[in-house]
Write a protein that binds this ligand. Structure first.
Ligand code: ARG
Ligand code: ZN
Length: 477
């Protein structure tokens, strides 16, 4: 097997950063108010790192532990934006810890316990630092409960787009990519730490709260309705949602009895769901192409909020700020395989999400008698060097260009160019093998290059260097 040196080296670097776990104790931390490591057996342990080492979002996620499950109990009143939450987080320490962090922005934290005992905590920007009474041993399982409340706002990401818990006139539009989960719950906010989720969402009677997975309970009492949603499959925090609005829930079934739960805003006209009409067929088509559908259910959330102005592939239940077209629906569905099940190990790898989902959109259009993927490639390729989508390079777009046109378009073109280079047989085998080998996991481009070389038995360094890492319009590849 041929390993691309440059990309291979980048992988080594990533692995080192991402496996940092607990940071070496900085000298200053020892004298810090909360760190005494009192009680406990053996050494006091060291503080967990305040980030996982993502080059684009250094504060995202934390080191020293691995979350297994989030239980989120939230009460939200859209009229006043009053929000009260209790997060119950089960985790396992991956290092001996005197202290660890969660990411949380805004809110007043009222109480924190670790394994049922009050724990000291303080806050520093988006870091909630928690010191359990005794150091946690490496490998130990523990449960953190954080009680917090406040009033929600309309947060924006590094590019200025609304994201996270976005308060809307009728509820909330909750779309966290890339690091917005911390705007509504304490979290290890990085895709490298997937977990299962339970949501108990309490909203004024008449409102509907929609999260990931399946609705397992609903009851109204004293003018409030609690919706209980369960998402059993491992999920990255950027894919979690708890959207509140004037939704009608519509149930149907997909291929092989897959439960489909759509939430459609009642204020939209009957054509709001038109773009979803072929969802079942799309699931069948992508299952044939990529492998079995990754999760326990599916569905869409169609809001009437045009402010955010985008869609997100929230796991099992993509969000659309308004009625989506069929292409967008295909795009968000394809993300369930590429992005949600097979996730980026760092945000630099965003083209592995967007290039794949965009290319899937092309494949769906060709499959349904529209333009061929080749025709779409040719149309884009005919555009001059000055066209915006040639830059920045999709393999390293920078934190403020995660959703640049090049990540989508040049990313999809990269896959089409690869297809023509290695042939349909190898290309579609590669798409399947990529999913099969990395389900519920995280990946880098170096992993993809390596697999592409294995499957095709070709040397592809120069090819990927040209398409993913070189600015401008490729001339030869
Ligand atoms: N991943 C989404 C999609 O391709 C786009 C999310 C945009 N998010 C943002 N914060 N600007 O459908
Ligand atoms: Zn996308």
């Amino acid at each position: 097997m041929v390993i691309c040196r440059r990309v291979g080296a980048a992988l080594v670097a990533t692995t080192v950063t991402l496996s940092l776990g607990a940071a070496p104790a900085p000298a200053s931390a020892t004298g810090h108010g909360h760190d005494h490591g009192h009680g406990g057996v053996g050494t006091p342990g060291t503080p967990g790192a305040p980030g996982v080492g993502d080059g684009y979002f250094p504060a995202a996620g934390n080191g020293g532990y691995d979350v297994l499950h989030y239980g989120l109990d939230i009460r939200y009143e859209p009229a006043t934006r009053a929000f009260a939450g209790t997060a119950t987080i089960s985790a396992r320490a991956t290092a001996r810890l005197s202290r660890f962090n969660l990411d949380l922005r805004g809110f007043d934290v009222r109480a924190v316990t670790v394994d049922g005992r009050a724990a000291r905590y303080d806050r520093d920007g988006q870091e909630l630092r928690i010191s359990p009474r005794h150091a946690l041993s490496r490998g130990e399982r523990f449960t953190v409960v954080v009680r917090y409340d406040g009033t929600t706002g309309r947060p924006t990401d590094v590019e200025g787009a609304l994201y996270g818990w976005v308060s809307t006139p009728d509820g909330s539009f909750v779309a966290n990519e890339p690091d917005g989960a911390s705007t509504w719950y304490p979290v290890n906010d990085h895709p490298t730490d997937k977990a299962s989720y339970d949501f108990r969402l309490t909203v004024p009677a008449g409102k509907t709260a929609v999260a990931n997975g399946e609705l397992v309970g609903q009851r109204t009492r004293d003018g409030w309705t609690t919706f209980v949603w369960r998402a059993r499959d491992p999920m990255a925090s950027y894919l979690s949602t708890a959207s509140v609005g004037d939704y009608d829930l519509r149930r149907s079934t997909g291929p092989r009895g897959l439960p489909i739960i759509d939430a459609i805003d009642r204020d939209l006209g009957p054509e709001a769901a038109d773009g979803l009409a072929r969802t079942r067929e799309m699931i069948a088509y992508f299952t044939d192409l990529f492998g079995r559908y990754p999760f326990t259910s599916y569905g869409a959330i169609v809001d009437d909020d045009e402010d955010a102005g985008y869609a997100l592939e929230t796991q099992t239940r993509p969000m659309y700020s308004g009625p989506p077209g069929e292409g967008t629906v295909a795009h968000e569905l394809a993300h369930q395989w590429y992005g949600n099940s097979v996730s980026p190990a760092r945000w630099q790898e965003i083209w592995l999400n967007e290039g794949f989902a965009s290319y899937a959109e092309w494949l769906w259009e060709e499959h349904t008698g529209g333009r061929t993927a080749q025709a779409r490639f040719d149309t884009f390729y005919a555009r001059p060097e000055t066209a915006s989508f040639w830059n920045p390079p999709p393999g390293d777009p920078g934190a403020t260009n995660l959703f640049a046109g090049s990540v989508y378009t040049k990313g999809a073109m990269t896959l089409h160019a690869l297809r023509t280079k290695i042939g349909d047989r190898a290309f579609f085998a590669l798409l399947r093998a990529w999913y099969a080998a990395n389900r519920n996991d995280t990946v880098t481009t170096a992993d993809f290059v390596r697999l592409a070389e294995q499957v095709s038995r070709r040397q592809l360094d120069a090819f990927f260097q040209t398409w993913l890492y070189t600015p401008g319009k490729p001339a030869v590849w």
